[in-house]
Design a protein around this ligand. Sequence first.
Ligand SMILES: *Cc1c(COP(=O)(O)O)cnc(C)c1O
Length: 393
Amino acid sequence: MALDEQWSTHNYHPLPVVIAEAEGASVTDVAGKSYLDFLAGYSALNFGHRNPELIAAATEQLGRVTLTSRAFHHDQLGLFCRELAELTGTEMVLPMNSGAEAVESAVKVARKWAYQVKGVPAGTAEIVVAASNFHGRTTTIVSFSDDETARADYGPFTPGFVQVPYGDAEALKAAITPRTAAVLMEPIQGEAGVIVPPEGFFAAVRRLCDENNVLMIADEIQSGLARTGTVLALEHEGVRADLYTLGKALGGGIVPVSAVVGSRDVLGVLKPGEHGSTFGGNPLACAVGRAVVRMLQTGEYQKRSAELGAHLHERLAKLVGDGVSEVRGRGLWAGVDIAPGGPTGRAASEALAGLGVLCKETHDRTLRVAPPLVITEAELDRGVDAIAQVVRG
Ligand SMILES: *Cc1c(COP(=O)(O)O)cnc(C)c1O
């Protein structure tokens, strides 16, 4: 911790826990104390730490070839793209690395589509986004954030974004103009506190996009890949997007792997040299991504999320009025608002760590619960018991 303090930039405020090893839903610190992981790397660890199937796929690929750059073909890229497209019901895959890069890529593709296909006058395309969004940390992405901590002193900002309240179809309708290229939103807002939109909202977004020849982009980087009980969280809304951004769990907790997936009509606007990434779609990333897709094809993780999620929400609902003011979420994913008078989110997270449960607050008073989907019901109960204890103060 002292080394981090001195040598690492202070852009995070971690809990005072130093992890040395991990397996499944548990991590162990340097002193040998074991903790339940109730955060799962913000859903990058949906399949648990060091999942044996993923480690085997990565190890096998480490023994073959790890990086080629996209200057050459390699034998994993096409298979990864086909398998991911088939899993998500899409036609094309643009592989990148971090989530922010996937979002940046979707923004670039949407703008190019607007100019080349929709016929928006050059340099005037607009993308409508939601208030309290989180899409990553690049200069363009923080340009359309309303989180002052994430934005302050990073200007000048990228123009071309319009913000509307999340879940407000009327406001979205009013914000769409002939220059609108796309609507970009999270199916559930994770960072904002696991905010679930009102029933029917995304059906209305889809309708407005269709009526106005606007692309619908769903940022499923945190909500996707079984977190809510389905491959894509938008499935709960009975709606398809034109583009999806995926990341986090796509890398199996091993390497950063992200992608934009969507229709050929839209992703087909990219031509050689117009976009790229040295590491995007590298053989190791593709091999791990393929193993992730294989695991999702079984439906096992979606089922675990749905069943354990029902149990989690049943238990958390009982805490409302008893230290908790509100619980939101879907599947094995919850935002738990600590009632006024209780501890701050930070104090609650520290107390939970003391009890052997790792959780992290988002904003001042919300605990975000997103354990690896391999957690057992008994472990889940142990974590919820600890939450019940700390929120009472
Ligand atoms: C985490 C996240 C991102 C950014 O991903 P990074 O890999 O941290 O760049 C983008 N969108 C959503 C919804 C996220 O949760």
